[in-house]
Write a protein that binds this ligand. Structure first.
Ligand code: BGC
Length: 470
């Protein structure tokens, strides 16, 4: 009984629609991660951007995303998950058009920063929203729709870059096209409900019951009143948490897990592969165009294995996929390192670099890629969930910024193989940490996971916070 079967029996139109619309946020996240690699070549000529300016055009988005995650951690509680996503879709449209019509480098940098605000918001409000509308049995698959959308967005961006190369105003189209899914997100979110958990936390229990009823309408096993009661109980314990409650004794262990997943997800070098795959492959002696074609293979493999993750996460669980995926990507990193280290391999078996990259991305896609975003939507208590997810997300963007910004410098300083061996070492550490600390969350209610992780008897972070303030 896999995800598809469960969706047929326990899902319904509204639930699926809500998850898909929310996941458009992921599509935009992926699109803007990937699109700039192709566009920058033309921007450089057209706007006469020097190399520092180019670096800024690329990386300012990551800074914007960090700030976007901070702001929307607050907004998601204040104005709701739903309205935060409407705002982010709207900002997306404006910023994408701002990029497309930029007449100077500073204007483009400014627009990319604003775009980053929307990307950072989308990157965690989407999984947050989906996890709060999903029933436990299919939550893994549904939340990972978002990661699937990220990978589809990356692939689409490669294809758009490819298709628009020869078109006049190419880079403007590449960047401006993102306004379309931005509008779909903003308008689509107006048609889906608030999450029951957010409604309960704003004393709108009656509405929460109606929404839950609609979301579970096709599920014969659903116990709407029971689910609502569970949400209300947890909410009561945690009605007024503050940011500092993140450091309370009961939340700290989860915060470490969230931060470790966030940071390891980036320190194993995934975006080095996404941003620099053509460069890495060119280093193997391939021509420009065949390295771009092979990069598309990397994009396709990423999508295909993320589909596998969506289908498997609720069946085999998060932990096995996380551990197998992390082991696989660590071995692949070692393989790529050996490839660059040993000249005989480079001459005798040049395809090894591509094989290494494909094993790497497949392993990432089945484990750490989706599992990070899924876990941070599951392990934190309700009262502090959006703040804790925001903090984890900021850490993820920060680590992304550090790795992307240092890859070329580190490669020059300690060689390519040295860099990949460092990533390998980080992969080993990540595996050990995950095996030791990360809990299984499959098919458990968010409330139950929380109870287990905090030892509910000494109260949730909210209650603790109250005590501390009293
Ligand atoms: C990561 C991104 C990465 C993408 C690749 C996401 O989970 O957070 O940084 O580019 O996966 O598929």
């Amino acid at each position: 009984m896999g995800f598809m079967h469960e969706m047929r029996t326990s899902g319904n139109g509204l639930l699926t629609r809500a998850a898909i619309i929310a996941a458009v946020g992921g599509l935009l996240f992926g699109y803007d991660t990937g699109v700039i690699s192709g566009a920058i070549l033309f921007i450089q000529k057209d706007l006469k951007a020097n190399s520092t300016e180019q670096e800024w055009i690329i990386s300012v988005l990551l800074l914007g995303a960090m700030l976007g995650a901070v702001i929307s951690g607050y907004l998601a509680d204040r104005i709701s998950r739903k309205w935060t996503k409407v705002v982010s879709g709207t900002v997306y449209v404006l910023a994408a058009l701002g990029c497309a019509f930029s007449v100077s480098v500073p204007m483009l940098i400014g627009s990319r920063f604003v775009l980053g605000l929307a990307v950072g918001t989308a990157s965690f409000v989407a999984p947050l929203y989906i996890s709060e509308v999903s029933p436990p049995r299919v939550r893994g698959g549904l939340v990972s729709f978002n990661q699937l959308a990220v990978t589809v967005g990356i692939l689409v961006s490669y294809l758009v870059d490819f298709a628009f190369q020869g078109v006049p105003g190419n880079w403007r189209w590449m960047l401006g096209l993102a306004a379309v899914p931005g509008a779909v997100l903003a308008i689509g979110m107006l048609t889906v409900p608030h999450t029951p958990r957010w409604l309960v936390s704003h004393d709108r229990g009656d509405q929460a019951r109606t929404v839950l009823g609609k979301l579970r309408s096709n599920d014969d096993d659903a116990d709407v009143d029971g689910e609502l009661k569970e949400i209300q109980e947890v909410d009561e314990q945690e009605s007024s948490t503050r940011l500092k409650d993140l450091l309370s004794r009961s939340v700290r262990p989860m915060l470490w897990i969230g931060l470790a997943l966030a940071i390891f997800q980036q320190l194993v070098g995934v975006n080095t592969v996404i941003y620099y795959a053509p460069t890495i492959l060119k280093g193997t002696g391939l021509t420009n165009s065949s390295s771009i074609t092979q990069t598309v293979f990397v994009g396709i493999t990423n999508v295909v294995f993320t589909v596998a993750a969506v289908l498997l996460l609720d069946r085999v669980g998060r932990r096995p996929l996380l551990l197998i995926g992390t082991a696989g990507l660590t071995l692949a990193l070692a393989l790529i390192g050996v490839y660059f280290l040993v000249p005989a391999v480079q001459h005798g078996a040049p395809y090894i670099a591509l094989v290494g990259l494909l094993i790497y991305i497949a392993s990432f896609a089945i484990g750490l890629g989706p599992v990070f975003w899924l876990m941070i939507s599951e392990i934190f208590p309700m009262g502090i969930r959006s703040k804790a997810m925001a903090v984890s997300t900021v850490a993820n963007w920060l680590a992304n910024f550090v790795v992307a910004g240092t890859f070329l410098t580190v490669t020059h300083a300690i060689t390519r193989q040295g860099t990949f061996f460092i990533y390998t070492g980080i992969g080993v550490l990540a595996f050990l940490f995950f095996a030791w600390k990360v809990p299984e969350t499959k098919n458990r209610s968010l409330e139950d996971i929380q109870e287990d992780l905090t030892g509910q008897s000494d109260g949730g972070p909210g209650r603790k916070g109250e005590e501390q303030r009293a």
